[in-house]
Design a protein around this ligand. Structure first.
Ligand SMILES: O=C(O)CCC(=O)C(=O)O
Length: 274
């Protein structure tokens, strides 16, 4: 049995917590398991608008040869597709990024102000492979502070089932307060099954990965809104205040310092802007 599971919730309790609409209970779930499921959030036509918009954007990216892959081995995985920066693709995603429930969790877990770090979508496709086991705050050097530095709100736009590659979690692993190492890759995980219209809120230290899509024809679309504490934001907002010619004639090093040339963070549609 792995260290993560020894520290996981007591024997006999469910692998993932029961869905709840109650914020206080949700926060307890996040403290104990690292995640909570909020049922029935995308009411009215909100689900259809977001789902249609996402599949339209994904299809458009494919048609233009701009599709982004994700998975354990990008080279061999042609069926999973990531769509970056969905906020700019359709107004339906504003309703997810700034949703009352999402913002309430962000304020309660991270404090305020916080930043929307990214909002992108992962669509698993038939045969799509797993992602590597990871925690979302991989950019934070260890040892980690005792509080999460970020929060993810996953919007289920299709039913998340184990067969379709629902996100898989190591419940309680956030309490290890470290990222998984290569030797942790086979740690047992629990699929986070949740119907479309649900949101899954998980803190940045809990270990997780995209599951393997074992279906013949089903896709699974999730929109992941990632929020962080604002501590390393630049004090001056260069993107708004910089004289344009400074960027135009800037050295490579100056572009790095100003945030225009980057790796991993500060991307534009998944790539460095310069
Ligand atoms: O696609 C998923 O289920 C999980 C996505 C994820 O963990 C990520 O994109 O970092």
């Amino acid at each position: 049995m792995s260290l993560a599971f020894e520290q996981a919730p007591a024997r006999g309790s469910p692998a993932v917590p029961a869905p709840t609409r109650d914020l206080a209970q949700g926060l307890k779930n996040i403290a104990e398991y690292g995640l909570t499921i909020v049922p029935d959030v995308l009411i009215g036509d909100a689900l259809k608008r977001a789902r249609d918009a996402l599949y339209r954007a994904a299809e458009s990216d494919r048609a233009r040869g701009r599709e982004q892959k994700f998975g354990l081995d990008y080279a061999d995985d042609d069926t999973n597709q990531r769509v970056w920066n969905v906020l700019s693709r359709d107004p339906a995603f504003e309703d997810l990024a700034f949703h009352r429930i999402a913002v309430d969790y962000v304020k309660a877990v991270l404090g305020w102000p916080a930043l929307l770090g990214n909002i992108s979508a992962n669509i698993t496709g038939p045969g799509g492979g797993e992602m590597v086991l990871h925690a979302d705050q991989i950019f934070v050097p260890e040892p980690w502070a005792s509080e999460p530095q970020g929060l993810n709100v996953a919007w289920c736009l299709d039913d998340f089932t184990e067969a379709r590659g629902a996100t898989r979690f190591v419940p309680g692993s956030h309490r290890l307060n470290r990222a998984p190492r290569p030797e942790d890759a086979q740690t047992p995980t629990a699929p986070m099954a949740a119907p479309a219209v649900s949101a899954v809120v998980f803190e940045s230290r809990v270990w997780h990965k995209t599951g393997h899509n074992r279906t013949a024809a089903d896709r699974r679309a999730g929109v992941f809104a990632w929020y962080t504490r604002p501590i390393y934001r630049t004090q001056e907002n260069w993107f708004l205040s910089l004289r344009p010619e400074i960027r135009q004639f800037a050295s490579e090093e100056a572009l790095v310092l100003l945030g225009y040339k980057t790796v991993g963070l500060g991307l534009v549609n998944g790539a460095s802007p310069a």
